[in-house]
Design a protein around this ligand. Structure first.
Ligand code: NAD
Ligand code: WQD
Length: 333
């Protein structure tokens, strides 16, 4: 079985590629390296002993993309590629709509043309909007999104539903990730954001390594257990393994459209993460409490029951693993 992995050199794509290779799947990676680099390819090889085939291609370039479909007989596509900085999507909506939507439409067009009708798509908990209940269940459906990044994820889910309605030979798994953090235990793969990190764990790591003096904690007056925001942090390797399970599901079903939360089902607060990071790694994280960040919700976490029952997938890693592996990667890099 040949699998095209778009965004395969990115944070989640690279970890998923390793898990697929461990299961002996043949993969082809495509990435334009706008948020990754070719060293990731070397590191995938170091972990798996196999150098995957790689195309440096921008998915918005339909001609270049078609070359991959012409040169290879593909069975499945796992689509990670996209821009993912929520704040930037608010400032540069056209850049985000163009990149993330056109890439996906080009990909779907090529899949249709070359009769590749099995897809796993990276969605996000952000598509729930603000449903009122912090425990997000797939049956709640999509809500009102609050930024272009989230709106595009929601639109793509709709596009996939429309596509399936038009031709029920498609088999599509939509995976809604919660807050992936952590890194590969080898220390060879992880997340290295450009510039000032937006997300909590990358920021904590830059404080731990001395690149930044202190962490800003955005509010401690939320109606949560300690007043700080609560999220469902999940180890990236567990997320990666969720893709292998989703792939097995669509292989078995043959057709259909299936949506799953990939989360632990546990809400950890910002303070939980800071305290665990300090305890596990023996590194102090100085912090200041600042104002709430606009657009943040107090608390949300996944109901992962559907993925457990239908994909036979459960998280294996703890918050301690997430903190230890993140720091190990940061120290190595
Ligand atoms: P990432 O930025 O590390 O990986 C995305 C990869 O896609 C990068 O390597 C980038 O170079 C590539 N890319 C972007 N635009 C491209 C294009 N036009 N053509 C070819 N390659 C392109 O991000 P990630 O954290 O690995 O996220 C993967 C997917 O999961 C994204 O779709 C993201 O929106 C989604 N997601 C991520 C999170 C998270 O917190 N990391 C949460 C929910 C959903
Ligand atoms: C987590 C908590 C912050 C940074 C984002 C996207 C979401 C998904 C995952 C893609 C919040 C607090 C953060 C800091 C802090 N991505 N925080 N100081 O916002 O839950 O989710 O990434 O789909 O769509 O919105 O993640 O890591 O930014 O924040 O106090 O310097 O940490 O307020 O409570 P978020 P995050």
């Amino acid at each position: 079985m040949k699998i095209l992995v778009t965004g395969g050199l990115g944070y989640i794509g690279s970890h998923t590629s390793v898990e697929l290779m461990h299961q002996k799947y043949e993969i082809i990676l495509v990435d334009n390296l706008c948020n990754s680099n070719e060293k990731v390819l070397e590191n995938i090889k170091k972990i798996t002993q196999v150098m995957p085939q790689f195309y440096k291609i921008d998915l918005t370039d339909k001609v270049a993309l078609e070359k991959i479909f012409k040169e290879n007989t593909l069975d499945v596509v796992i689509h990670f590629a996209g821009l993912k900085a929520v704040g930037e999507s608010v400032k540069k909506p056209i850049k985000y709509y163009t990149n993330n939507l056109i890439s996906t439409l080009n990909l779907l067009e090529m899949m249709q043309k070359y009769h590749v009708k099995k897809l796993v798509f990276s969605s996000s908990a952000t598509v729930y909007g603000n449903p009122g209940n912090p425990k997000y269940t797939e049956s709640m459906g999509r809500g009102q999104t609050v930024n272009p990044y989230g709106s595009i994820k929601s639109m793509i889910e709709q596009i996939l539903e429309d596509l399936y309605a038009s031709d029920n030979r498609w088999c599509i798994a939509i995976l809604r990730y919660f807050n992936p953090i952590g890194a590969h235990e080898s220390g060879l793969l992880g997340e290295t954001p450009n510039g000032i990190p937006n997300n909590l764990m990358p920021y904590i790591m830059q404080v731990a390594s001395g690149k930044r003096k202190f962490l800003n904690i955005f509010g401690n007056d939320y109606p949560t257990k300690d007043g700080t925001g609560v999220r469902d942090f999940i180890h990236v390797v567990d997320v990666a393994k969720g893709h292998v399970k989703a792939l097995e599901k669509i292989k078995k079903e043959g057709h259909g459209i299936y949506t799953y939360n990939l989360g632990n089902g546990i809400g950890y607060s910002v303070m939980d993460l800071v305290n665990t990071f300090e305890r596990v790694n023996g590194v102090k994280i100085p912090y200041k409490i600042t104002a709430r960040r606009e657009g943040d919700l107090a608390e949300y976490f996944a109901d992962p029951t559907k993925a457990k029952e239908e994909l036979h997938w459960e998280t294996e890693k703890t918050i301690e693993d997430m903190c230890r592996d993140s720091w190990n990667y940061e120290k190595n890099n």
